[in-house]
Design a binder for this molecule. Structure first.
Ligand SMILES: *Cc1c(COP(=O)(O)O)cnc(C)c1O
Length: 362
């Protein structure tokens, strides 16, 4: 009998969220960002589910692109970090992948290779993570042209698109537009999920929604559901023990939580070994028997404790939702001092992903 800890994945919700991204992208086309194993949802299933919705996937690295090709999907695949070794250039050509070049060593691999995959150029407009400075573009483009390496367009990434009042996004947009102005034929791509919710933000030819596809919020002050998104992953487990604590009884490692009154308590079969955040402390909500209950004490590797005062009828075998339809992943993330992205991508391989669509298992 397998453990009852599972991540249920709603593929209809995934498609709903992609359609919302497409709508919000306006005249831009939304490339579906499915790196990091589809933000923890399983890259193969996510790619299959979105195959009829999108023409273009974006991933971080070659291994992720291989998974898409392995599924027999012919879509354009953009490698957001480009290639990591000279020999990857030939793989890009063979598999029809489009690397994003961000550094001179990558352009050298490309110009010296016999393969000539179509590529994108990353422009550093202020994120200062990857990309060429605007002043370097003329030289980079000339080198690529000399070597007959086709360039599809330019890309840049926003550092603070989730902060409504931060002028950095406008400044980055202006910097990017000026930098690429000499190449009017090039296709342009900006825009993570947060940028889709900025009023008046141009997204040019291609936007790149990631986390919003999975129903988590890219904005710090709003939950995904408030943005019209539907949760895709519901992380569930089960009560495996229930007891009543006496006043003075402590719970778990470090005995950090002590009962003040007789308290019904349950143990849930999930912990940080499954990707549930250990930083989620006492008070973090969980859903039990139609009620919100609270986590108490420290999260263990395979278990956590909940105060069942709000659901005193709960018994071993009852299902518990850690996040998903009832408890927004964004809310749990807040309790754990992090963002939904980290929780979704952090669900470990021990947790089976169960897919469903149109009311049936998929
Ligand atoms: C991950 C990533 C995205 C998607 O970001 P979200 O905030 O998840 O929407 C877009 N562009 C680049 C370059 C990325 O690395």
């Amino acid at each position: 009998m397998p453990r009852h800890t599972v991540a249920k994945i709603d593929l209809d919700a995934l498609r709903h969220n992609y359609r919302l991204a497409r709508e919000r992208a306006g005249d831009a086309i939304a490339m579906a960002v499915i790196k990091a194993d589809g933000y923890g949802h399983g890259i193969r299933a996510v790619a299959r589910a979105l195959a009829a919705e999108t023409d273009c996937f974006a991933v971080a690295c070659l291994e992720e692109a291989l998974a898409i090709r392995d599924e027999g999907l012919p879509h354009t695949v953009v490698l957001l970090e480009g290639v990591h070794a000279a020999e990857d250039v030939a793989s890009c050509q063979r598999l029809g992948l489009e690397p994003v070049l961000h550094s001179h060593h990558q352009t050298a691999w490309l110009t010296q290779a016999s393969a000539r995959p179509r590529s994108w150029i990353k422009v550093n407009s202020g994120m200062n993570r990857l990309g060429f400075a605007p002043a370097e573009l003329t030289e980079v483009m000339a080198r690529l042209a000399d070597a007959d390496c086709p360039v599809r367009g330019f890309m840049t990434h926003f550092a603070a698109a989730d902060e409504a009042d931060n002028p950095a996004t406008e400044a980055q947009t202006r910097c990017f537009q000026q930098a690429v102005a000499p190449w009017p034929e090039a296709e342009l791509s900006v825009g993570n999920s947060a940028a889709h919710f900025r009023v008046g933000q141009p997204l040019f030819d291609w936007s790149r929604p990631g986390v919003m596809l999975y129903g988590a919020s890219p904005l710090p002050e709003q939950m995904g559901t408030e943005l019209g998104l539907k949760p895709v992953m519901t992380l569930e487990s089960e009560l495996i023990a229930v007891r009543t604590l006496n006043p003075g009884d402590a719970v778990g490692y470090g005995q950090t939580w002590i009962a003040e009154r007789p308290t019904p308590m349950g143990i849930v079969a999930i912990g940080y070994g499954d990707g549930y955040p250990r930083h989620a402390g006492t008070g973090t909500p969980v859903w039990v028997k139609g009620r919100r209950a609270s986590l108490i004490g420290r999260v263990s590797m395979d278990m956590l404790a909940v105060d069942l005062s709000a659901a005193p009828a709960a018994r071993p075998g009852d299902r518990v939702e850690l996040w998903g339809e009832r408890i927004p992943v964004d809310e749990v993330a807040r309790w754990a001092g992090t963002i939904g992205y980290e929780l979704l991508t952090g669900v470990t391989a021990r947790v089976p992903r169960l897919y469903h669509q149109s009311g049936r298992n998929a």
